[in-house]
Design a protein around this ligand. Structure first.
Ligand SMILES: Cc1cc2nc3c(=O)[nH]c(=O)nc-3n(C[C@H](O)[C@H](O)[C@H](O)COP(=O)(O)OP(=O)(O)OC[C@H]3O[C@@H](n4cnc5c(N)ncnc54)[C@H](O)[C@@H]3O)c2cc1C
Length: 451
């Protein structure tokens, strides 16, 4: 009798969530993870306590398998961006309508919960098991076991949820005609912390994503349930007046922080230790196609790693799981080639679109949010959405607070941008923005959609 066992490579956020989905479909899931069990405290990685912004697409994928209640106690809503200028003044830019929020959650804690659940549903977790070689033709994996010995394991299906440096993708590149493109952006990032105050309170407004936009670089901070903030500093690796290459000692570091992030600096007692102790990580965009070969397929960052500036990498990977599960529901658990074909066909245009939007959003975060013209533009768009909720939906709302296909959101966003570019050409727009003819703008977008 056919076993129909599925091997997932990688117990990150996507591999673990997929493990739960597939176990719930009655499949026999084994997950191989090269790292030690992240639930064991002694393996907590230093300087990588990233928190993630969870938004509607992610919640929808959690809802389908009843995980909302488990996750909800560990999230903090962020209703907008709190923008810090160089003088320490702040302004609040809502993400959407009142009560629309994205939710900060610790990646480590989240992954921990998903691994627990996958195990609870019966997935076999294999930590310290690195998949070194994969035979696409035989659907078999050579696994390096914790004692260093190797084992060759045959399986019915392999799904690579093994991240931006995927070993399954690597095997597909060598054994099949997979096309692959990767791009490192000029900037990297480093994790820092703003601890709770001496009174044990949040040092800043906890219900916002804090952002210090400085043109070519920026600092952001997301709240944690322990009342600290995890900050991420994005700088170019080299070139420009402020870059990782030019911060070589405490003096350089203090000078940069006192000049550009003075209010944050005052809240960071461990800055020096953290800055020089934590790793500087790079940011990569990965595109490849096809995502499948024989009975193996890629999912999550393994096939579409993107830069983090739309806060969608994980949400998009969770949506992958949701969509794949829908296809399995429709076509059954024995038609893997068909399911995989349908999956990549429906998903690739969307992941291309969100990757592109994520790249574009970097300029918005590090630069535009400090520009008064940009803020006026956003206010006009918010008003349009309030007056014409279905005719005009801001791009951020389509991506973050809906499950509209990313490619459709991107296309709509481009049309809206063209119309807004014209609105902003009015030389008096900064003074008269409250008097713009909203009805006329809607007519313009409707005409643009018909063309
Ligand atoms: C700074 C930053 C901030 C981000 N913020 C957000 C955000 O706010 N919201 C959001 O939605 N997304 C965000 N993202 C993106 C998000 O982190 C990723 O999209 C997501 O973690 C991808 O999950 P994954 O499971 O596909 O890959 P990964 O998290 O990379 O997991 C892959 C797993 O596979 C394992 N593995 C790799 N190779 C092998 C092998 N050969 N054998 C066995 N195991 C292997 C790895 O050890 C790892 O555990 C951010 C990313 C960064 C870098």
């Amino acid at each position: 009798m056919k076993k129909n066992d599925v091997s997932i490579i990688g117990a990150g956020l996507i591999g673990s969530l997929l493990g739960i989905y597939l176990q719930k479909r009655g499949l026999d899931v084994s997950i191989y993870e090269k790292r030690p069990d992240l639930r064991d405290k002694k393996y907590a990685p230093a300087g990588r306590s990233i928190n993630m912004a969870l938004s509607d697409r992610g919640w929808k994928a959690l809802d389908k398998i009843g995980l909302r209640e488990m996750v909800a106690p560990y999230v903090i809503p962020m209703y907008g961006r709190r923008v810090h200028d160089e003088h320490g003044e702040t302004s609040f830019l809502p993400y959407g309508k009142e009560n629309q929020a994205i939710y900060s959650i610790s990646r480590g804690k989240f992954n921990h919960m998903l691994v627990d659940e996958a195990e609870r549903y019966g997935a076999k977790m294999n930590f310290n098991h690195s998949c070194e070689e994969i035979s696409i033709a035989d659907t078999a994996i050579k696994v390096v076991l914790p004692d260093g010995t190797q084992e060759y394991r045959e399986t019915d299906v392999i799904i690579g949820a093994d991240g931006a440096y995927s070993s399954l993708r690597d095997a597909m590149q060598r054994q099949t005609r997979l096309n692959y493109k990767q791009e490192y952006i000029s900037h990297g990032y480093k994790e820092l912390t703003i601890p709770p105050t001496a009174e044990g309170e949040f040092a800043m407004d906890p219900n916002a994503l804090h952002i210090w936009p400085r043109g070519q670089f920026m600092l952001i901070a997301l709240p944690n349930p322990d009342k600290s903030f995890t900050c991420t500093l994005f700088l170019p690796f080299e070139g420009g007046k402020v870059c990782f290459d030019k911060i070589n000692d405490e003096e350089d570091l203090e000078s940069v922080f006192k000049t550009y992030f003075a209010d944050a600096f005052a809240l960071m007692p461990d800055l020096n230790k953290e800055y020089f102790g934590n790793p500087t990580s790079s940011l990569i965009n990965v595109e490849c196609f096809p995502w499948l070969a024989n009975k193996s397929m890629l999912i999550g960052d393994a096939c579409h790693a993107m830069v983090p500036f739309f806060g969608q990498g994980m949400n998009c990977g969770f949506e992958d799981c949701f969509i794949l599960d829908g296809l399995i529901e429709k076509y059954g658990t024995t038609s893997w080639e068909l399911v995989f074909e349908k999956f990549q066909k429906v998903r690739k245009p969307d992941t291309d679109a969100i990757s592109e939007m994520a790249r574009n959003n970097f300029t918005e975060m590090r630069d535009s949010v400090a520009n008064p013209r940009f803020l006026v533009r956003k206010k006009i768009e918010a008003k349009l959405h309030e007056l014409y909720p279905t005719e005009w939906i801001p791009l951020y709302t389509m991506v973050t607070f809906s499950d509209m296909k990313y490619a459709d959101a991107y296309a709509q966003g481009k049309l809206q941008d063209e119309v807004m570019d014209k609105v902003m050409e009015d030389p008096m727009i900064m003074q008269n923005w409250q008097q713009v003819d909203y009805g006329a703008i809607i007519s313009q977008i409707e005409t643009a959609r018909m063309v």
